[in-house]
Design a protein around this ligand. Sequence first.
Ligand code: COS
Length: 396
Amino acid sequence: MSSAFLPLHQRESMDLPFFEPAHKDYLRRVEAFADGRDDPPATAANVDANCRDLVRAMGAAGLLRAAVPQGYGGDAPAIESRRLVLAREALAYRHGLADFAFAMQGLGSGAISLAGSEALKAAILPKVASGECIPAFALSEKGAGSDAAGMACRARLEDGHYVIDGEKTWISNGGIADVYTLFARTEAAAGTRGISAFVVYPEDPGFSISERIDVMAPHPLATLRFDGLRIPADRLLGAPGEGFKLAMRTLDIFRVSVAGAALGFARRAFDEALAHARDRRLFGGTLADLQLTQAKLGDMAVAIDAAALLTYRAAWRRDAQGLPTTREAAMAKLAATENAQSVVDMALQLFGARGVRVGETLESLYREIRALRIYEGASEVQKVIIARDALKAAAA
Ligand code: COS
């Protein structure tokens, strides 16, 4: 889906010191890809096929190399946060489902990049980069969302195999994924230290999809069931008991890209609102002549720039300084998703009734943005992470 607005790679935000020339070039390629797509609006009926098609096409265009490290199909020594942020910003601006499909290639395989054996990395990651393999991240359960360590899904070691029983839900790419990174409890009483991570394939005996879940902005989502699912012990990721930390480290990398997506949705809403305010005539002038409109536009511009600076800062700190970014990523995700929700809402209000009409860009942005304040750690979880970090620093 193309856009009539100034491409993001030509905007002054790309001149900020957070970016290098290669980032602008990557962003330009992502925008060219999205402009060349003419996909129908996502529906529950077409979303699986559309997603597979988007992943194959993004892989063929080389865009998914940003989702894995060098040596395994990637184009940078480690996964670069700035590429993830910029890709998601550009894709969300034009194509919500493409943003989702891109994001999942990284999140779904992130734990394998971080802690997989050479054999697992070599078998899976190059295919993730080429778009031949769709991965998924299976952490949440009905009783363990924000409290990720409250999981009940269990894995027990038996004759050189792990035997897994339980359920995972809200799993993006559930049903279309070729590989799942699965987190399960290996020690009942050990809290966060009793969780381990595994690679699971849908062909593994005992794996099933027990429910498909439809959501307001359609994308592949499902509940997974494991009934005595038996996998070789070498499908373990990292050491036994390190799964919770691995999940948190994975989320640290990808949460900042959620902020990038929120920024893309917000920028699109703002551009649509500006164009509409200049065109729409009322009370003998334009909507833009009204100071009430100008107040909204001012609020939107500040909300977007504040989110952008927090997002780019978190990405740059991890890439260029090699520093931990748990707090910065949480701040970026919190601010960018909350700000984007209010920017999209303000833009929709400026459109009036047209804003809620099915098929309008604002109507779609309104549906797309909502889940970002929930997934990969709800806003409330981000606040807890930020506060704990500040308290820890104060105590030291
Ligand atoms: N990187 C590395 N290690 C981390 C970490 C991080 N970002 N965050 C926590 N840890 C470590 C801690 O240092 C602690 O280690 P020790 O056992 O050695 O002390 C351990 O993990 C447990 O951490 P903590 O006590 O903070 O765990 P909690 O159970 O209190 O959980 C929250 C903390 C709420 C932050 C966590 O459960 C969370 O992020 N929940 C949201 C999950 C989520 O995003 N779900 C969406 C799934 S994807 S759609």
